[in-house]
Design a protein around this ligand. Structure first.
Ligand code: ZN
Length: 133
């Protein structure tokens, strides 16, 4: 894997949290996106080379709604940029990790994404992402 691409934080309200993170980071959100298939609204912040993604559920059965119901707001996932997401999914499955989808899906921020189940990664949901070129 190349680097940490971003850290995802589950929030109850993107609107409220956008102003909070704008104050915290001293920078404005540069992108907002609604990923209808996943039932989430996202917003992105940049600090130097690093990115933070805020995620709000847009429907009750969204993974973000379930996460907040169980654990409350907080760090939801760590995303790693990979060179070839299809190969990386295969490699991780061979290593015994549980990857939540066999094929990458279209995620936010112009990326192909796949998730690794936290039960196989010490409780941390891992996102793999590859820029769509
Ligand atoms: Zn993410």
């Amino acid at each position: 894997m190349k680097k940490i691409e971003h850290i995802g934080i589950a929030v109850k309200s993107i609107e409220t949290s956008n102003s909070l993170y704008e104050k915290l980071l001293g920078t404005t959100c540069y992108k907002e996106e609604h990923v209808v298939s996943e039932g989430v609204k996202t917003s992105f912040f940049k600090t130097g080379p690093n990115k933070i993604e805020l995620l709000e559920a847009t429907k009750e059965d969204s993974p973000i709604a379930k996460f907040i119901a169980k654990k409350g707001e907080g760090i939801h996932h760590i995303a790693f940029e990979v060179e070839d997401i299809v190969l990386e999914i295969e490699r991780l499955k061979e290593e015994g990790f549980v990857v939540l989808s066999d094929k990458p899906k279209k995620g936010a921020d112009n990326k192909l994404v796949a998730f690794v189940h936290p039960k196989t990664t010490n409780g941390v949901l891992i996102e793999l992402c590859q820029e769509i070129v």
